[in-house]
Design a protein around this ligand. Structure first.
Ligand code: NDP
Ligand SMILES: O=C(O)C1=N[C@H](C(=O)O)C[C@H](O)C1
Length: 233
């Protein structure tokens, strides 16, 4: 496949290596310096850019009939607009807050645990995420996905980065040098603690998942998720 990398930073560079190993060519690499890039002759685009640029990148792809995978976080207020545009253009689009197989298994574990814990008010729930100090958004997209799944299965109504009040699920976002991504969910009672945790050791899992999603989406039309790609859950 001929792949366009929209964003050629920490993730773009790891994706490039994995895509080439899997026999693909990188035909376009876009950074903040490339304002008017050309998507002609591109089979699929992979966007790992910035919260400010993701919507423009996804829009460009859909307007040019290029299937697009986006892993960029921090732009989800505009997700429904991208869904509408994708339907209007009969395009193909996947957003995932986390492309790694391990985190997608962890998402399923989180849903199952939150269903088990529903109706047990003696446990209070919290989420902690830790990432490297260059990360632009907080909380992480992955923490938001985890929180939304807990909210669906519990009495919590919304998440907060502040001290949680009634019916608020607290998320703590820590920034520590060189941490690729750690997410932990804690259920705490006066007598015990239940915790589940995912720790990324590097960025390879995210990048491999994004390339697998790009391979999977070519030739399809619609909005998909990593659940469709990985066929889990
Ligand atoms: N879903 C997932 O599995 C994962 C998601 N992420 C997310 O991916 C995103 C990127 O992460 P990371 O690679 O670490 O970030 P980096 O800051 O290392 O890279 C961002 C890249 O985007 C480029 N960029 C800036 N503006 C534009 C633009 N207008 N069009 C295209 N590219 C642009 C930057 O260019 P320049 O170098 O010129 O500044 C840079 O190359 C983040 O939102 C992060 O949260 C990260 C890991 C996994
Ligand atoms: O910015 C990152 O690095 C990461 N971002 C994603 C997120 O916001 O959840 C995924 C991963 O944790 C790494």
């Amino acid at each position: 496949m001929k792949i366009a990398l929209l964003g050629y930073g920490k993730m773009g560079k790891v994706i490039e290596g994995i895509a080439i190993q899997r026999g693909h060519s990188i035909v376009l690499k876009v950074t903040s310096q490339d304002k008017n890039y050309n998507l002609a002759d591109v089979d699929v685009a992979i966007d790992f850019s910035t919260p400010e640029s993701a919507v423009d990148n996804i829009t460009n792809c859909l307007m040019n009939n290029v299937p697009v995978i986006s892993g960029t976080t921090g732009w989800l207020a505009n997700y429904n607009k991208m869904v509408e545009l994708c339907h209007e253009k009969n395009g193909a689009f996947i957003y995932a807050s986390n492309f790694s197989l391990g985190v997608n298994i962890f998402f399923e574990l989180n849903k199952t645990l939150s269903k088990l814990m529903k109706g047990l008010p003696q446990y209070s729930t919290s989420i902690e995420e830790i990432h490297h100090t260059q990360k632009l958004d907080a909380p992480s997209g992955t923490a938001i996905s985890l929180a939304n799944d807990i909210i669906t299965n519990s009495e919590y109504k919304n998440w907060t980065l502040e001290t949680p009040k009634n019916n608020e699920l607290g998320i703590t976002a820590k920034r520590i040098e060189n941490v690729p991504g750690t997410h932990e969910i804690t259920y705490e009672s006066s007598v015990d603690t239940i915790q589940i945790k995912h720790t990324a050791h590097n960025r390879d899992g995210f990048a491999l998942g994004a390339v697998i999603a790009a391979e999977w989406i070519v030739g399809k039309h619609g909005i998909f998720t990593m659940k469709d790609v990985l066929n889990i859950g």
